[in-house]
Write a protein that binds this ligand. Structure first.
Ligand code: HEM
Length: 366
């Protein structure tokens, strides 16, 4: 095997306007690369799946965390930063609230919020600013049962709290925490079995996990449907899966080796990091065939992509996401059947180093 493909440094944003040609070269020539000491980047579907499936070997503990490493501070770790058994306990308590049938009850609210935003578009709208960014905040507010009186505050928090690092130092944190504690004791029933710190942590994590990813997913979906000449309501669920496969908002997940081991054929020492690049696995011809880069909503097993992760940490919000993407697209297509990208549109990436979606989507409505 040749090793001419340069290593993929996940912290280097310069690759992310279009990381795919580079990831394809790595899959062929260098399936495990080491861009930084102690960081191993895996790009093949089989290796990515193996890493995500095995929390005993590949730990999620304290991923992207800035809280102190003490047993008390564990209650400030997000669900995605815990390993079994703490993760298993919390996930069991929270899962029922995210079940497909439970989330389906929100459909009328999602439609109403999407219609309200879409009804306010003007000619030459930026669909990210006017729709893809505010809709996920409004839907998460409905999911969390935010009162009208708190809606403006919540919307601002949901727009500001976008990552897990250092959020408690934010000027708005005390007000958010007061609100979250009130909700814990009141209406947000899913939280009543958690202790108070865990509940605040979770309400915050819902924003971080749910809002930016959904904004990117919605922007990526609209862009994909328009550029593939697929702007129609028929077959939307499959088109959504194919969009998530080709353009996953979360590009990669990180894990830490709990003991000396190997990934692919490469040695990894205990404590070293593995970056599992789902964006690459999702286009691996070994899994998806020779047309892996093509948009084919009718491909068999289209839902088996890794955009929502895999294994014990797989996205809890997947049903809410699928519902929201479908309803949002139905509303846009229903109102603006002739919508098209503004001439000269060029993709500019938004998102931190882990995520990818369009910064803006200038469109003509008809
Ligand atoms: C397109 C939108 C979304 C994408 C692409 C996405 C992606 C992901 C991924 C890849 C993971 C796994 C992280 C890991 O393995 O370390 C994850 C976990 C999670 N997601 Fe999502 N997510 C989305 C939307 C949402 C929404 C809307 C919510 C909630 C309202 C949500 C809640 C969660 C939670 C709670 C976890 C942690 C699960 C665990 O660690 O057990 N996500 N998400």
């Amino acid at each position: 095997m040749t090793t001419s493909a340069p290593a993929f440094n996940p912290l280097d944003l310069s690759h992310s306007e279009d990381p795919y040609p580079r990831l394809a070269a790595l899959r062929r020539e260098r399936p495990v690369s080491t861009p930084l000491p102690g960081w191993h980047v895996v790009v093949r579907d089989a290796d990515v799946r193996a890493v995500l499936a095995d929390p005993a070997l590949w730990s999620s503990r304290r991923n992207n965390s800035s809280v102190p490493d003490t047993p008390e501070a564990d209650r400030e770790l997000a669900l995605s930063q815990l390993d079994p058994p703490a993760h298993t306990r919390l996930r069991r308590l929270l899962s029922p609230a995210f079940a497909r049938t439970v989330v389906a009850e929100l459909e009328p609210v999602v439609r109403e919020r999407a219609e309200a935003l879409a009804g306010r578009f003007e000619q030459d709208t930026d669909l990210v600013g006017a729709f893809a960014a505010p809709l996920p905040r409004a839907v998460l507010a409905a999911f969390c049962g935010v009162d009208d009186a708190d809606a403006a505050d919540y919307d601002r928090w949901a727009a500001t709290f976008t990552d897990l690092l250092g959020h408690r130092a934010h000027a708005e944190w005390p007000a958010f925490e007061r609100w979250a504690l009130r909700e814990t004791e009141g209406r947000v029933r899913v939280l009543q079995q958690l202790d108070r710190t865990e509940a605040v942590t979770f309400l915050h994590f819902l924003i971080v996990a749910g809002v930016p990813n959904l904004r990117h997913a919605l922007g990526n979906l609209v862009l994909r449907l328009l550029s593939e000449d697929h702007w129609r309501a028929e077959g939307l669920p499959e088109a959504i899966e194919e969009s998530l496969r080709l353009d996953p908002p979360a590009l990669w997940q990180m894990r830490t080796a709990t003991r000396d081991t190997t990934v692919g054929d490469s040695p990894v020492r205990a404590g070293e990091r593995v970056v599992a690049v789902v964006a690459s696995a999702n286009r691996d011809p070994a899994r998806w065939g020779a047309n892996a880069d093509a948009f084919r909503p009718d491909r068999p097993g289209v839902r088996a992509h890794l955009a929502f992760g895999k294994g014990p940490h797989a996205c809890l919000g997947a049903s809410l996401t699928r519902l929201q993407l479908r309803v949002a697209a139905e509303v846009l297509i229903g109102r603006y059947p002739k919508l098209r990208l503004a001439p000269g549109f060029r993709f500019r990436r938004a998102g931190d180093f882990m995520s990818r979606g369009p910064a803006a989507l200038p469109v003509h409505l008809e």
